[in-house]
Design a protein around this ligand. Sequence first.
Ligand SMILES: [Zn+2]
Length: 1003
Amino acid sequence: MGPPSSSGFYMSRAVALLLAGLAAALLLALTVLAALYGHCARVAPSELQDCGVPDAAPSPPGEQDQSPPTRKPDPALEPTVAATPDSWRPPGPWDQMRLPPWLVPLHYELELWPQLRPDELSAPALRFTGRVNITVRCTAASARLLLHSFLLDCDSAEVRGPLSPGTGDATVGRVPVDDMWFALDMQYMVLELREALQPGSLYELQLNFSGPLYQDTREGLFLNVYTDQGERRVLLASQMEPTFARNVFPCFDEPALKATFNITVIHHPSYVALSNMPKLGQSEKEDVNGSKWTITTFYTTPRMSTYLVSFAICDYDHVSRTERGKEIRIWARKDAIANGNADFALNITGPIFSFLEDLLNISYPLPKTDIIALPVFDNRAMENWGLMIFDESLLLLQPDDQLTEKKMVISYLVSHEIGHQWFGNLVTMSWWNNIWLNEGFASYFEFGVINYLYPKLPRNEIFFSNILHDVLKKDHVLVSRAVSTKLENFTETNEINELFDLFTYNKGASMARMLASFLNENLFISALKSYLETFAYSNAEQDDLWRHFQMAIDDQSEIVLPATVKSIMDSWTHQSGFPVITLNVSTGVMKQEPFYLGKVKNQTLLAHNDTWIVPIFWIKNGTTQSLVWLDKSSKVFPEMQVSDSDHDWVILNLNITGYYRVNYDKLGWKKLNQQLEKDPKAIPAIHRLQLIDDAFSLSKNNYIEIETALDLTKYLAEEDEIIVWHAVLVNLVTRDLVYDVNNYDIYPLLKKYLLKRLISIWNIYSTIIRENVAALQDDYLVLISLEKLFEAACLLGLEDCLQLSRELFKNWTNHPENEILYPISTVVLCYGIALGSNKEWDLLLNIYMNNTNEEERIQLAYAMSCSKDPWILHRYMEYAVTMSPSIFNERNIIEDVAESEVGRYIAKDFLINNWQAVWTTIIGDSHVYNRENCKYRFTDHGAAAVFQCHVGGTPEAYNSSQITDSEERKSEKQKPKCQDSCMAMEKHIILCPLSVLPLHIRM
Ligand SMILES: [Zn+2]
């Protein structure tokens, strides 16, 4: 069979064969025959009723299926059912996104045979073949079977049954398959049977199929070509989540349709094959050419979802250890294993498993765990049960990677994927709309694990920096989505992919953390345990989870909630955004209102009447107070009142466990200011961080005056927590502030104001960098904050920062083996070039040309754009345009150049004078790049380049133009809007001179 058609919907295999041999006249005659016999493939929808085409709705369970009653058994007439691939098809269950409920899969016997040999690295069009026997239970009579299959060729399909337990094969009948066709748009394979299957009976679907192995996408079965021990090699791995199992084998590819799997992999004898379960046995076979192949079979899996099926076929080495009697193996390139790169991951994996087993008091049910490190894996990591797959850059630790930051990245990711072994693998959401039950809880438990592995790290600050900060910046009530998406909002399969976003992960984790805060840790864990045990090997909805929390609440009397757990949590997970809580400390009145980006007067009246049920933990003068609830739009809390004459201060949202921002009346802010100036340490660091972050966000979005936020920075000379400084600097020191000529009046003042305060924290860290940089290795918060401090100090022109950059750059160029401390290397390289001459620039170019490490090349390419010499920048852009595109392919050089105050004008001139060359060399056809700043899509309509812009570094303006990522993908029409926004925001946009430019160019 040839590859399946990708151009149409309705493709009958039998018809396709016939069409190939028939003349047009015969086709016409057959079509007429088809109409006569009631197969309405080519008739208009309005004529349907007359033709006896079945209803589009799925058959209700227990009813006889209404599939074509007039279907003719005569095979000679069968082809007339069909059509060319472009023809119309009758409406039917294949138009629905969800499978009809007629069949329930119970077990898969799956055999895959990828035709992969170690010496065939570049063989084009490598394929795999496979066989699957799926045991299904029929729940409603139907002569039409639907299952998922995408881009597979299916060579044969048979249906055996009804199966009677205990009888041999010989007694089992067959149900003839009259036709098989594909609804490509909905990724279904449809089997038309001669007779209906019987409700309550078991059947076996037997399918032989084949499909392509991909190199350029990581979906389904794919190849990685890589170098190991000095040789080019190739391996095969899989990625099924969310909907790619159907690219590998025909299956019922929905998370709730769990089944057991017996997996067999046929592979070249020099490879090892891995799957979810341990190896059961191995044998040999010979193909028709006499080549030998190894057949590896695996033990039966537990009941699990198709998206967790996993394979790897590779020539890798591994390291292993045993944890509580179960083997853990980490697989990687032989070089990496020999260098000990997998040891760190191996050493933490066992303890993480044990920690989570003990915490949840549920044993990991599989007999083994394999983790494999792929040279290229776009998904970062995937939690497949028993065979987790990681990108090697996120699992392996190079010997010189002594920095805690890299260890932390690995620790977080390994914790996350192991967390999924319970949240996702053991208990799975019933449908993708609740994917946050997987991702939110796996993300939340990362922090429990990290706290266990690294008890000295401040957990609240870390949760804020890694999770809350980003999502609070993006979330608001108008354009962002709720954590739990409504079922009816799904219409297309690819919308499932878009759910793997910040809201699912970060907001989901924040929901779990808020819930844990107002229950207590014991109650939280015991409710989760009860939920996991109840739904083990099965599926659950969000409401199932709430029910188990409610049961735990009802079983005790200590914790009293103002409403059911479901009411409380639905107010957070079913609506987008979050509230701003405002406390008037003079009156004790607390109120809530929805948070809008760029609030305008009376906006609340426009769109949002709902409230949240808000848990308020709070502190007064540093003492934690009892939890109160704001369960309506406003309420009075007399205990929160303070007067102007006393020294009290109040802060809401203790440890920022609540998912909201806090505002105060003038007196409330004033008291906090007074305290900060008097004794900042009386306010815990997490709350100094919170005050800065909330105040700047609220002022940016018109809830409070900017002066209120700036007042909070007066004390900063006394601030020695770099994480707090980080929050200040990301809000105050941005490139557009420094480089925008319109800021000529405020910038010098701000610079003076900040430098005066910044100097003390700068002195602390510049001294450590100069004298004992190793002391920073284990300080995670410093490592994630230092770059901003260093960048801001240099950007503001602090002479010592410039001097230190010169020193570090020179030291590195003289002794390249002395690497620059990773977090500050981008800044140091940039200022090394900015403060140097063409000598330094040429040196860096030389290093760049000889460097093959992608991460380092990105840094070096960026650093070269930092020059302040116009001719150097011009030459650099010329190199980028004239040299092979593969040389400067890591970055958009012109955009980098345009980022600086010198470069923007040079880049603009360059673009005008070299538009054609830029177009053909750098841009190519329709290409989108730089998602962070000004985003532009060049179309191939000659002149037009459509720009999408948002304020550099601040996504608010972007969002205020009502465009989200997913909306943007959906509708190209949105773009002009964004362009307007770009124009309107012109003075804030670094690239605006560039961004409006192509509108004036007509090629
Ligand atoms: Zn995950």
